[in-house]
Design a protein around this ligand. Structure first.
Ligand code: A3P
Length: 330
C-alpha cells in the first residue's frame, strides 16, 4: 500500500482487540488514517477497504456533487431521501420506482461485500459506479473527513452531515450489525466495544467533531437526527435553501414530509432495505426488531440500555466534549 495512509492491523494482541474479533464476524480489520493526520487514531474498517482507499482519495470530485455524510445509523437514509426528493422536483414516483442505492449510492459499499449473492452487479464495484454516474451525483459516504477524496477540499461540493445521539445510534447499530450477521453477542457487549472505539467506523467522536469543526464551511450543512424528529418541515426548508432549491410551497412541503414520515418510509420498498433481504448483505431475518426501519425514535436506548451503561456513556460523552463547543448529547 502507498505511503499515503497509516495502517494498523487489528491483530488480537490487546485484550480489547481480541474481544472485538470474537464478536465481529469479518475476516480482518485495520485502523486507517491519512498520513498527514499524524495524531489521529485511525478509522476502524474491514481490511477490504484498503482495496479502494487510494481510489477514493484520488477520485474526481465534481462541483455539482451532493454528498450525504454520517457515522452509520445517524439517519443517513432519511437524509438521503430528503435530499434526493428536494433536488428532483419532489418526483416521488421515480423515488419509489428506483431503489435508493441506485439513485444515491454508498461510495465504499464494496468494502462490505464479502459474499456477492443478490447484489445488483453494477453496485459491486461501488467506486466505479459513482465515478460513472451522470451529474449531478448523489453520494452517500460514512468515511471520516481525512479519508475523503482530496478534491473535496478544493472543489467544495455540497455536503450534508447528519449526527445522532450516540446512545440511540449505538443501539440502532447493534441491531443492524446483528441483522447483517456481523455481530455475535448481546447489546451490553456491543456498547462496551462502542465506548472503546471498537466498532466499524470508530472512533465516533473524532468523526462527529471533525465535521462539526467544518460546520461554518459554506459548502457544509451540519444537521441532527433529533432536529429532524422535532421539526422536519424546518429542516427540509433549511436543507432546500442550502441546496439552492425552492421549498416554499406549503402544500409541497407537507407532501414531502408525509413521504419522509417513518411510517411511509417503513413501507416504501425503495428505501426500507427489504431489497437486500435474501442477499449476502442481510443474513438474519424474521425478527421485527431487526427491520432496517426499526423504531425511528429519539430515546429508544432507554428501552434496552442498563442504567449503569447509560452512566458510562454520560461519562464518556462528557470526557470527549469537555474541551469542545459541541453542546448536544450531554
Ligand atoms: P432505529 O434503528 O433507531 O430505528 P441510517 O440510515 O443512518 O442507517 O439510520 C437508520 C436509523 O434511522 C434507524 O433507527 C431508522 O429507523 C431511522 N430512520 C430511517 N428513516 C426514518 C424516518 N423517516 N423517521 C425516523 N427515523 C428514521
Amino acid at each position: 500500500m502507498e505511503m499515503n495512509f497509516r495502517i494498523n492491523e487489528v491483530d488480537g494482541v490487546t485484550e480489547g482487540d481480541r474481544r472485538f474479533m470474537k464478536h465481529i464476524n469479518h475476516d480482518k480489520y485495520v485502523r486507517i488514517t491519512a498520513c498527514e493526520e499524524g495524531n489521529k487514531p485511525g478509522c476502524l474498517l474491514p481490511e477490504t477497504f484498503l482495496d479502494i482507499a487510494q481510489r477514493i482519495r484520488d477520485m474526481e470530485v465534481r462541483e455539482t456533487d451532493i454528498w450525504v455524510l454520517s457515522y452509520p445509523k445517524s439517519g443517513t437514509t432519511w437524509t438521503q431521501e430528503m435530499v434526493w426528493c428536494i433536488c428532483n422536483d419532489l418526483d416521488f414516483e421515480s423515488a419509489k420506482s428506483t431503489i435508493l442505492p441506485i439513485r444515491f449510492p454508498f461510495l465504499e459499499l464494496s468494502t462490505f461485500l464479502t459474499g456477492k449473492r443478490g447484489i445488483p452487479p453494477l453496485l459491486k464495484d461501488s467506486v466505479s459506479y459513482v465515478e460513472n454516474m451522470e451529474s449531478p451525483r448523489f453520494i452517500k459516504c460514512h468515511l471520516p473527513w481525512e479519508l475523503l477524496p482530496k478534491q473535496i477540499k478544493t472543489v467544495k461540493p455540497k455536503i450534508i452531515y447528519v449526527a445522532r445521539n450516540p446512545k440511540d445510534l449505538c443501539l440502532s447499530y447493534y441491531h443492524q450489525l446483528v441483522r447483517q450477521g456481523l455481530f455475535k453477542g448481546n447489546f451490553e457487549e456491543m456498547a462496551e466495544l462502542f465506548l472503546e472505539d471498537r466498532v466499524p467506523y470508530s472512533p465516533y467522536w473524532d468523526h462527529v467533531l471533525t465535521y462539526w469543526e467544518h460546520r461554518y464551511d459554506p459548502n457544509l450543512l451540519f444537521i441532527k437526527y433529533e432536529d429532524m424528529k422535532k421539526d422536519l418541515p424546518s429542516i427540509c426548508t433549511r436543507v432546500a435553501s442550502f441546496l439552492d432549491e425552492d421549498c416554499s410551497d406549503i402544500g409541497q412541503l407537507s407532501e414531502l414530509c408525509s413521504h419522509l414520515s417513518f411510517e411511509a418510509m417503513k413501507s416504501n420498498v425503495s428505501v426500507n432495505y427489504t431489497f437486500w433481504e435474501n442477499t449476502d448483505i442481510v443474513s438474519c431475518l424474521g425478527d421485527i426488531n431487526r427491520n432496517f426501519m426499526r423504531k425511528g425514535k429519539v430515546g429508544s436506548w432507554k428501552e434496552e440500555m442498563s442504567p449503569h451503561m447509560a452512566k458510562r456513556f454520560d461519562t464518556w460523552i462528557e470526557r470527549h466534549l469537555m474541551t469542545t463547543d459541541f453542546s448536544f448529547y450531554r
